[in-house]
Design a protein around this ligand. Sequence first.
Ligand code: ZN
Length: 438
Amino acid sequence: MLRRIENVHILCMDEEYHEYHDSSLTFDDGIIVAINDDSLKVDEVIDGKKGILLPGMINAHSHLGMMPFRSLGDDCKDRLRRFLFPLEKRAMTKELVYTSSLYSIAEMLLGGVTNVFDMYYFEEVVAEAVKEMGIRATLAETILNDVTPDSDKPYGGIEYAKAFIQKWKDKDPLIAVALGPHATNTLSKEKLLEIRDLAKELGVKISMHVSEMDYEMTYFKDTYNMSPIEFLESINMLSDDLLCVHVIHTSDHDLELLQKYDVPVAFCPGSNTKAGKGVARVYEMLQKGIKVALGTDGPSSGNRLDVITLLGIVPRTQKTYYHDRSILSAKETLSLATLKGAKALKQDHQIGSLEVGKLADMVLIETDSVNMFPIHDYYSAIVYSALPSNVSRVWVNGKELVKDGKLVYHDLSKLKEGLLMAMHDFNKIAKELSEDIA
Ligand SMILES: [Zn+2]
């Protein structure tokens, strides 16, 4: 079915940053077939009401199953060990991951995210939630040197991931699969090597938390006299298929290594700054041609899962860190969530920009609300003025999933109710842990 969106300002987010005022875009099922060609006879005309049409935004790092944790112990010093690990061990179930993933995806879609890279447990039901909601996703089962919610032995994630990848690889146009070793310091060297070889054998990417924690840096310094990134080089793990998440603490040599091996980075400034961990040197990474995408992190660490909120934080961290307001323009910031982000995930041949032949993953931002006037610069309006609530319509693969700011196929209150019911035991234990601390 041929459809044309008219009366929109288009930010193509292609290499040349083409931008068209009062324009139209035509798409046929899942593919963009024309920009500003009104001669094509279409089945449906959609009035964009002077909104801004841009490519769907990419969230390169999240944990969809962690919605139950949102707002729990946010200011607690050792939150990971006080709340997260005990609750995951005692209360994280398959049902909770499923209902949480549905709700998390709803928030992403409503905020203009059309593509997410997830790392968590029970990825089998995350895949079901992705299918149910219609978002595009890369799914990686987390692998850890400990028992996990879906395995009663350390490294059980390896077997889980193998079966999961075999089941889902190249099976669904919206779902890609990957391996998710948890972090540089939570797996043995031998297991990291095994995962490196497994990724090659299965032909999948790896995503891992890297150079995030102070104690991680100390551990590698004391054990190997190296940084985590130098360590990864020493075991031949650095490559363009290793998505390094966070990468907060880096030496000049680390940046040289990322550049040399073309290693992509997922920058998560919302969660990094909330935890007081520091600011990644993204401006310098970009200067070196290192590919950078943006991640909200999970709802427990980043709280919000829309990328629009994140866009406002990204340049602020860099301008403040380097004490220079002229760096990381709004235009380049938006590219991190679109074309540059797609490049980091090696998906730019299909998505990341509005170009003829690419897939119709698109977001329409309305400009009627109080915060969206005046607009001298459309990139600036999206990065600094827009709110997730300005997202009016969202298409993934040409299918409209959000219309007039509401989910087309799902009732948000029902998704919330389902999650709330699944959170019964979780909430009881969370209360006990909170009382222990108080
Ligand atoms: Zn994470």
